[in-house]
Design a protein. Structure first.
Length: 148
């Protein structure tokens, strides 16, 4: 989904939480983006800007299938996170120091996404060499922008 030539027609609200060493860190982002349903799958696309360098951004694409969510991030550093309820996947994160392989175990996944938008809620853990690194969750709400 390339949003360069399309008007962002949806409002994407993201609330994410990460618990690391007992400390909780929460982020909230509201941005414009695109959303489509195709062959029973939902696709959410939006740009994520670097607050230290606003001209730099990542293209994020979230594909929601039955029991699987795939988050693909493209930009200076790429990553792909595969979230499948009740399963652990090995995923690659690109960092400035090189590629990092992490384990991702999806605990819960709930989606009310339909042709008009909806919500997606996921909770998962990240591990490195099977040692727990963090507990994570996010809620994404997709709704059509109001005509101005």
């Amino acid at each position: 989904m390339d949003s360069k030539n399309k008007t962002e027609k949806y409002l994407i609200s993201i609330i994410g939480e990460q618990i690391l060493d007992g400390e909780s860190d929460k982020i909230e982002v509201i941005t414009g983006g695109n959303y489509i349903r195709k062959n029973g799958h939902s696709y959410i696309g939006y740009k994520e800007y670097d607050e230290n360098s606003p001209s730099d951004y990542y293209d994020n694409l979230i594909k929601v299938e039955d029991n699987m969510v795939t988050i693909t991030r493209k930009g200076a550093m790429r990553s792909q996170l595969m979230l499948e309820k009740g399963r652990r996947h090995q995923c690659i994160y690109q960092t400035v120091a090189g590629d990092l392989t992490i384990g991702v175990y999806t605990k819960t996944m709930e989606s009310t996404l339909d042709k008009n938008g909806g919500t997606l809620e996921v909770s998962y853990t990240l591990d490195f060499n099977t040692d727990l690194v963090s507990e994570n969750s996010f809620k994404i709400k997709v709704e059509p922008k109001q005509n101005s």
